[in-house]
Write a protein that binds this ligand. Structure first.
Ligand SMILES: N[C@@H](CCC(=O)N[C@@H](CS)C(=O)NCC(=O)O)C(=O)O
Length: 411
């Protein structure tokens, strides 16, 4: 029979349940209990599961304690205690970094006891020093490149003096008019990377990719990037991948040193990552689904279309709240590639899927800030025939494509 006495005050439910289960088992088995722990495969599944969860949690805590005793679990690993915020590792300042290089080199020379002195270069055995040393060399090469360009008086217009880029051959970007490849044109303009733009036009009836683009890019979509500075050349589809590639390989490029990504240690790093991926992973995916569903059903009142719209509106509220919180850009106070990734969905995309942004004042404020950026204006000028930024609460619909006209006109 079950013990129906009330839970003793101060005893947590879980332990109380364990004790009760053990007592019941002992009664059923006539003794031979395992110290109060419920057994697996016995009728008391709740107790078993809680008990094993407890064991697992204890195991994790023990592992964490062990790592902490050993002085941390690897350079970039943080173990978060409940309710204890993660404090990012401070980035080394430039002077600290040089000091670190010197110290490591000195230590290594001492260890090698006068062994081959390579002029102070750290040994390849120290991966941290080697990494920093190569970063240092890379930076030196970029600065040397700039000095050389400046001495030569520039090799191609005013931009040549501001580019710190190791780009020898201009990157090639395949862009389609009125498409999400405008993200990459804008990003390249912000980064001041030399590039050649090849503009394609959508099929005048279907609004899909023209055959010439399909022939070049196996994915058949825009954007598509070719980088011939490396061998073999890099050919890349997917705007998120292209943006991440450009930032990792060529950023920052301007003399102001403004980075459009965020690195671990930067307080905005996690937010940057989240919003950088939100653009294509959630927002554009929802909009595309909505557009396809609307075109397929031809009915804005269809249940599926209405449900999809409710979901989309929740996403827009999220973006609006985020922009209200930062009062500036998606990742924080400064523009980042997360903004470059997200803007298309809320501007040009609305020509394909009309969406009234009046309920989202922070999104509208952000779009005006984007449109004020010279780099964004240049991107639209070069890639979209000087199209006006589509930043109003409502925008024109792309009814010039017969494949879309009939449906778009119902909105
Ligand atoms: N997820 C891809 C999507 C690329 C994509 O679908 N681009 C559209 C332009 S907005 C396209 O090329 N559409 C033409 C087609 O599918 O035929 C990316 O981010 O690059």
């Amino acid at each position: 029979m079950r013990d129906t006495s009330p839970t003793p005050p101060g005893t947590d439910l879980y332990h109380y349940h364990l004790q009760q289960s053990a007592r019941q088992e002992q009664q059923q088995q006539g003794g031979g209990g395992d110290g109060g722990n419920p057994a697996l495969n016995k009728p008391d599944n709740v107790g078993s599961q809680m008990y094993h969860e407890h064991i697992q949690r204890e195991g994790r805590l023990e592992e964490q304690r062990r790592r902490e005793r050993q002085g941390g679990g690897g350079a970039d690993t943080f173990y978060q205690q409940p309710n204890v915020p993660i404090v990012p590792r401070p980035q080394l300042l430039r002077d600290e970094y040089h000091e670190y290089l010197h110290q490591s080199t000195r230590q290594q020379q001492q260890q090698q006891q006068g062994g081959s002195n390579d002029g102070g270069n750290p040994s390849p055995d120290d991966p941290v020093v080697t990494h920093m040393y190569h970063d240092h060399l890379h930076g030196e090469r970029l600065r040397e490149d700039t000095r050389r360009r400046e001495q030569q008086g520039g090799s191609g217009g005013s931009r040549s003096t501001t580019i710190l880029s190791p780009v020898k051959m201009p990157l090639e970007l395949y862009h389609m008019h009125l498409s999400q490849s405008e993200r990459i044109v804008w990003l390249l303009e912000e980064m001041e990377i030399p590039y050649e733009l090849r503009v394609f036009y959508r099929d005048p009836v279907t609004a899909l990719s023209p055959d010439e683009l399909k022939a070049l890019n196996p994915a058949g979509t825009a954007p598509y990037l070719r980088d011939t500075n490396v061998s073999p050349p890099v050919c890349l589809s997917e705007s998120t991948a292209i943006a991440a590639y450009l930032l990792a390989v060529y950023g920052p490029q301007s003399e102001s040193g403004t980075r459009l990504d965020r690195a671990p240690g930067d307080p905005d790093y996690a937010a940057y990552l989240e919003w950088f991926h939100y653009a294509n992973g959630s927002l554009q995916a929802s909009l595309f689904r909505q557009m396809s569903l609307t075109l397929a059903t031809g009915d804005p009142e269809h249940t599926g279309v209405r449900r999809g719209l409710a979901r989309l509106e929740a996403q827009l509220r999220l973006v609006d709240e985020r922009l209200a919180r930062t009062g500036a850009w998606l990742a924080g106070e400064r523009l980042s590639a997360a903004d470059c990734m997200a803007v298309f969905s809320l501007t040009t995309m609305r020509g394909f899927y009309p969406l009234d942004l009046a309920p989202y004042p922070n999104i509208l404020r952000w779009l005006r800030d984007v449109a004020d950026r010279p780099a964004y204006r240049r991107a639209l000028k070069k890639g979209d025939g000087s199209m006006e930024p589509m930043i109003g609460s409502t925008v024109r619909k792309f009814t010039e494509f017969p494949g879309l006209k009939a449906v778009l006109e119902r909105f």
